[in-house]
Write a protein that binds this ligand. Sequence first.
Ligand SMILES: Nc1ncnc2c1ncn2[C@@H]1O[C@H](COP(=O)(O)OP(=O)(O)O)[C@@H](O)[C@H]1O
Ligand SMILES: O=C(CO)[C@@H](O)[C@H](O)COP(=O)(O)O
Length: 510
Amino acid sequence: MAYFLGIDLGTSAVKCILVNDQGEVKASHSEEYPFLQPQPGWAEQHPEDWWTGTASCITALLKKAAVEGEEVAGIGLSGQMHGSVFLNADLQVVRPALLWCDQRTAAECEWIEQTVGIEELGRLTGNKALTGFTAPKIIWLRNHEPEHYAQTAHLMLPKDYVRLQLTGAFGMDVADASGTLLLDVAHREWSQTVVQRLGIPMEWLPPLFESNEIAGYLLPAIAELTGLKAGTPVVAGGGDQACGAVGVGVVKQGIASVALGTSGVVFVHDDTYQMDPECRLHSFCHGVPGKWHRMGVMLAAGGSFQWWKNHFAFEEQQIADAEGRDVYEYLTALAETAPLGSEGLLFLPYLTGERTPHPDPKARGGFIGLNMRHTKAHMTRSVLEGITFGLRDSLELIKASGIQITELRVSGGGARSLFWRQLIADICGYPVVTVNSTDGPAYGAAVMAASGVLKEDISELCERWIEVVERVEPNHEHQAPYDEYYEIYRTLYPTLKSAMHQLNDLAVLQ
Ligand SMILES: Nc1ncnc2c1ncn2[C@@H]1O[C@H](COP(=O)(O)OP(=O)(O)O)[C@@H](O)[C@H]1O
Ligand SMILES: O=C(CO)[C@@H](O)[C@H](O)COP(=O)(O)O
């Protein structure tokens, strides 16, 4: 039987899955790697860790699945977006990569918008300069580490570095390249104008591909190392959001994907290029050739829940461990015991700054409305409700741009909770569905590989392979009270912005 290998290079771990030619997942395996925070607001990883993690993950997966390398007909890659991998002329890593959630580049973003012109930048790239994007990271390197900038000869995104190790070939897909701020998203090519105005060497940028195009073939040495077959085709793949959307079948208009990982992303497909005039939503190329998408990105959605679990759920973790339960499952059950609206308590999920709808690296989180009756159950529910109000912010922007949505397809760790799916339905006002493929981006990458090798449309494969398995309808009695809470929630950031910035500045000085 032919299998397709999907690799998702996540922030906390790499996940590899094998999908057969009927779209069924045969096996999956994950390997974790370190996440570095050398200074407040900085986020880095060693590209070498991605590669060693991926190589051992592939070997372990083949063994677990009892599949021979010869049976793997194609490989697709998905990856955390925007991260900057700087390589020298000998293809050695110059310094650790700056990640999508790194917030050090506020000054560089301002410089980019002044240098290119804010409207011109939007017209040329479809987006505004955001701290997570790649171009500001390159300018930061030039400003702060000129010795590293001078050594750099190639720029890659995280999963493209892994593909370089697999195949020896340079390349980047247009979906992931959209998040560099150097792509002319409308025309799916590098923007010569932006690249030149920023003074970035054009020769640093790799050739561009559509996500299902074959971008290289597995090297014999890597076949030896991993157990795969030399010459296996490797498609370009995509950023994790484009792959995740393909992985849940968001390949046509009318359905939105909600990905609840560390970040929280609301994503809609566009048949034609559509730019948000104020660039509040990101306008990117889709992983479906010749199509686009728009998305709103929260930086700490599942990340806020993880923070709550890590620092305030020690007891719950012990009980969950003793009962052999997942601690997140334990915490969502606890949240369910508190009433709707957490009895007047709102949580702001801006723990690592925010992107949509408040592009502000200095935005900060908080609980508003605490009183003596509030317990850990109220606070846990409030964390989940606050994150979900943040998702609704992106949906409101999507609705305001005239996009009709009929359902939300949820994926990522947060989608495992029925309680959270019901909260999303009640707060956002749409049916929330889950599909048979629960591996999101890794599954999307496998679909892209199958499409490239079998020469079938991505949309047709999604149509055949992906099915809705569960549907949660909004509870109409909950919608009106949640609307009232949401109206208060959306006033909080503008009201508290100045205090958030002052607190952030004080914390940095200490
Ligand atoms: N059972 C669960 N119920 C609710 N949320 C969960 C559950 N399991 C995981 N999560 C959330 O999902 C997040 C991890 O999602 P995942 O898609 O694995 O993230 P990433 O790809 O960013 O590493 C956790 O931080 C947590 O917030
Ligand atoms: O920055 C973005 C999208 O623009 C994120 O999607 C990152 O690409 C990684 O997110 P997780 O999958 O780790 O939540």
